[in-house]
Design a protein around this ligand. Structure first.
Ligand SMILES: Cc1cc2nc3c(=O)[nH]c(=O)nc-3n(C[C@H](O)[C@H](O)[C@H](O)COP(=O)(O)O)c2cc1C
Length: 221
């Protein structure tokens, strides 16, 4: 007999496996088809973001849907500039990096910029010693979007290759605000089986055991 106690708050086995599946099958996507995303699905994705936890219930997320084609091209240009700067700093890995697809800005059906708002200094609860908890909260929101998008069969890619000052200016954002992510959202030809950086032999994912410590940080890793 199982010694596991019945927990009335737990989800059903089917629901639990669906949650595990969406977590493990979520991928950062950079290949998209041009099919439009249903408005209801897009709304579900934004609602998922809005249900995220946030430090002191600060809700420090702002989402700018980019519907102007010319603006999309300008954002693509900013990302391309940063891709080249990044490549310059990668030394002998430069040419391998330049072969990677690091965004799908021009192809994806929906382009969204996720940003932190201005006035964040007023929020002290949970941020006095760790001001970056605003970014942590926005990141939780973005992860929720990623998971709900995957459950809807929609791909999402997080692009952080851009100069935030230039993007702030381009999007006429107020002083003190900060763009954090360019999100490519849309239908995909297929979901990658593994992180694309693993498939492309750029990086290897390490197992959980290497990241679980007890009591103190280990002296030898
Ligand atoms: C904060 C953050 C920023 C990222 N920025 C980029 C990016 O600029 N370009 C890109 O191709 N992928 C970007 N990624 C995606 C990661 O490369 C990807 O999450 C990682 O390789 C693991 O793959 P997976 O998300 O499919 O599991 C970013 C991911 C995170 C969490």
């Amino acid at each position: 007999m199982s010694d596991q106690k019945i927990n009335a708050f737990a989800y059903s086995d089917a629901d639990k496996s669906a949650i595990q599946r969406v977590i493990s099958q979520r991928r950062d996507m950079r290949h998209f088809t041009s099919d439009p995303v249903d408005k209801k699905i897009l709304n579900n994705i934004f609602m998922a973001a809005h249900h995220a936890p946030s430090v002191g219930l600060m809700q420090p997320w702002r989402f700018m849907r980019i519907t102007d084609g010319a603006l999309r091209q300008q954002i693509a240009q900013l990302v391309e500039e940063e891709r080249q700067h990044t490549a310059q700093q990668l030394g002998e890995r430069k040419s391998q990096f330049l072969k990677l697809k690091v965004e799908g800005i021009k192809e994806c059906a929906e382009l969204v910029v996720a940003a932190l708002p201005d006035g964040r200094e007023q929020h002290v609860f949970g941020r006095r010693t760790l001001p970056e908890m605003d970014l942590a909260s926005l990141s939780c929101a973005i992860q929720n979007m990623w998971l709900v998008a995957r459950s809807e069969g929609i791909g999402m890619g997080w692009v952080s290759l851009f100069d935030p000052d230039k993007l702030t200016e381009l999007l006429r954002m107020p002083e003190g605000s900060k763009p954090i992510a360019v999100l490519c959202i849309g239908h995909v030809p297929e979901f990658y089986q593994q992180p694309m950086l693993v498939q492309e032999n750029w990086a290897e994912a390490r197992p959980l055991e290497e990241f679980l410590y007890e009591n103190h940080w280990p002296e030898e890793l």
